[in-house]
Ligand binder design. Structure first.
Ligand SMILES: N[C@@H](CCC(=O)N[C@@H](CS)C(=O)NCC(=O)O)C(=O)O
Length: 411
């Protein structure tokens, strides 16, 4: 008989549960937050959650995990070998779940634009994370694992949740400064139980950086409080002006070397003409020349961290602001598909040249997106791009049709 149903998503707290079910080969069905049984039984709308026979329901990841381990093997050493070790396992689970993960989230979400940015709050959260990580660093200086001398669920759970830190914040410098935590994480994330759910883990080089959206130039800067300048050399307020790069540096961009079909005319056509009847045919006839331009599907890597659709759209807006140095080399659209608390970001870009990196790496958050080269002669690809220009059909994501909720055009 089935042991029950676990409700899981791409949220990080559901990974330990997915890992346990697979590891112990438990007869537990997997379902999601759209399941009517989930909606009926879990009013907080949080994952993971578990529904067993006879109406037994459980939420809170620690409770669900311990229940599953006990179902699989009441003697499991994953929970420690005695009462003291069991208590220590619980201590690490609680510390990671209620202290470490929230402070990591409070650090990186504002940086990637998934929460409003406030420098003081981010700095404080980063300091709290560091203090907490030092608890790991100290323990792991003399021990291989968090509890006892063997792998326990404390390691599996904590490493799984720390993935979010490594995804966004823990670049090579951080790893060099936290050798014990890094060594331990790398050991644990490569254990079969976690490898089965995370695959090969790729470390990032640099932490994600916050870049403020570009300030809009003020039409008329209020001059009231300023001393009148002896000689009014310039009309614009000097503080508002961007320092201009030396001429030599301006010519350096590798993409400048390519022969150039400008994007300007296309951008006008797209803004002014009817999309399906005029702009799309124009794009394929006059703009997309495979010798000069390449097409890329662009997807946000952390859709599970998105909440409200308008915030996802703001995230796109921030990314586009930070890409503005590449306006000459790029045109594209990104859309938000789905609904609040269940949405994702996808779209396409036309990129000058055959490589995406030189055009995108001006935005510090460019690595939060994945880039897949598209074949402009493939009818399915054309259909996708045409819809990313017209936004009049649902997008297909993993075989499922998802409505477009919002979107932005980079031009
Ligand atoms: N205290 C709960 C927190 C669970 C939680 O906050 N889960 C997040 C994902 S990690 C969630 O479900 N958020 C609601 C949603 O986005 O649908 C636990 O430890 O299980």
């Amino acid at each position: 008989m089935s042991l029950g149903t676990a409700f899981v998503t791409q949220h990080i707290r559901t990974f330990p549960v997915k890992a346990l079910i697979k590891h112990f080969n438990l007869d537990v069905a997997l379902s999601n937050q759209e399941d009517p049984a989930y909606i009926k039984n879990f009013p907080l709308g949080k994952v993971p959650a578990f529904l067993g026979p006879k109406g037994f329901k459980l939420s809170e990841v620690i409770a669900v995990s311990i229940y599953l381990i006990n179902l699989a093997d009441p003697q499991s050493k994953l929970l420690g070998k005695n009462a003291k070790e069991y208590a220590e396992v619980l201590k690490w689970l609680s510390l990671t779940n209620s202290e470490v993960l929230p402070s990591l989230v409070a650090t990186f979400k504002p940086l990637i634009g998934a929460l409003p940015y406030n420098k003081k709050a981010v700095d404080e959260a980063a300091a709290t994370s560091e203090k907490l990580i030092q608890v790991f660093e100290t323990r792991l200086a003399n021990y291989t694992y968090l509890v006892g001398e063997r792998l326990t669920f404390a390691d599996i759970f904590s490493a799984a949740l720390l993935v979010r830190g490594f995804d966004h914040l823990f670049g090579s410098e951080w790893r060099a400064a936290h050798p014990n935590t890094f060594r331990w994480f790398n050991t644990v994330i490569n254990q079969k139980i976690l490898h089965d759910v995370f695959g090969d883990y790729t470390y990032r080089e640099k932490p994600v950086e916050f870049v403020p959206p570009k300030k809009e130039k003020k039409a008329a800067a209020p001059a009231a409080k300023k001393e009148p300048k002896p000689k009014a050399k310039k009309e614009v307020d000097e503080e508002e002006e961007e320092p201009s790069a030396p001429a030599e540096e301006k010519l350096k961009h590798p993409l400048e070397a390519l022969p150039r079909i400008s994007l300007d005319e296309w951008k006008k056509v797209y803004s002014n003409e009817d999309t399906r009847s005029k702009a799309i045919p124009w794009f394929w006839e006059n703009q997309f020349k495979p010798e000069e331009y390449s097409l890329w599907k662009v997807d946000f890597k952390y859709n599970d961290e998105l909440t409200l659709t308008f915030m996802s759209n703001n995230l796109i807006g921030g990314f586009f602001n930070r890409l503005s140095a590449s306006t000459k080399y790029l045109f594209g659209t990104l859309v938000v598909y789905g609904e609040n608390n269940n949405n994702g970001i996808t779209g396409f870009f036309l990129v000058r040249g055959q490589d995406y990196a030189p055009a995108f790496d001006v935005a510090p958050d460019w690595e939060s997106y994945s880039y897949t080269k598209l074949d402009g002669t493939d009818p399915e690809t054309k259909k996708f791009i045409n819809n990313m220009l017209a936004w009049d059909e649902p997008v297909e994501v993993n075989g499922e049709k998802r409505e477009i909720a919002d979107g932005k055009v980079f031009k």
